[in-house]
Design a protein around this ligand. Sequence first.
Ligand code: NI
Length: 360
Amino acid sequence: MSIAEQFPYKIELHVHLDGAIRTETIVETAKRRNIHFPWETIEELKTHLVMSAPPYHLGALLEKFHTFMPVVAGDRDAIHQIAYEFCEDCKKHDVFYTEARYSPQLFANKMSDGSKPPYAHTEGDITPREVVNIICNAFEKGSQDFGVKVKSILCCVEHAPEWSNEVLELCKEFKPRGVVAIDIACGDLDPDVPHKELHTRAFQLAAQYGIHRTVHAGESGPAAGVRLALDEMHAERIGHGYKVVDDAELYERCRRENIHFEVCPLSSVKTGSVPDDLDKHPLHRFINDEVNFSINTDDPIVLDNDLTSDYEMVMKMGLDKEHVIATIFHAARSCFAPPEEKKQILAELVKVYGEKYMKM
Ligand code: NI
């Protein structure tokens, strides 16, 4: 049985919509919009984007986004297409429930404070709010058409704390349309980032409003970022969080409080966030200590992965089929779907994999 066939129902909790755009959609969109783009074929662009050789670091991976985001930002049809195709790709890989995350500001061509849009070349009428509206429309249609459940997480951006309050407001407004949580992305949560109180405040209010919270922390930055995420931002899940194993007391606390870690195996290697020797990957500790974690792709466009290939990677690292299924159940229990929907997802998982994993 192939790896794909062994896991006919997958769940993904950590994937960036802008990191999961199809390469062909970027090439096509550049042509349609007459945007000068040095990579004319899918193969050329792929070769440029995919992180293929060390040394790996997070900054180099994030740099790649500057290549293609200007092609799609501020284009209504492209934004819709990307989100709709994302749903189709979920179906293709048997990902039946997922929470895709993105920063509304990075796709916009009109900023609410009148500043220059970060990626779009020309200004227009696509505000961050309109971005969320377009993507919710596409996720609703795509979920219906492909028989999957695709929710949204809206990201604050670490170096743009001035956007965080708007992100929070959008989370509130679009909660009825499948926006389930707030995140902070683009690099690691750095305890020393200037004006981080604007981020912190948005997360504290999110907790008050009943909006779920996940935070990128302890990926390439220190374990202290995980502590900050938990103490000051009320994070329920941690994006990556590998460095937590460097702080024994914090690690114990995360186990005790059943904090969920969104582990991205290939990404962790290609951002240089884990030791080169995969036997020392924190994933082994997580498995041995029964930590609550899931397996995720993060950014397929620059990593050239899918959920099956990440499952395959961890199986090569020594996890067996039961371990992987247990992580799918962890993902279901720690997902941000409303309680009724979560119950339904767990019931579907039990149908596919059996009752015993409910106890694991
Ligand atoms: Ni991420």
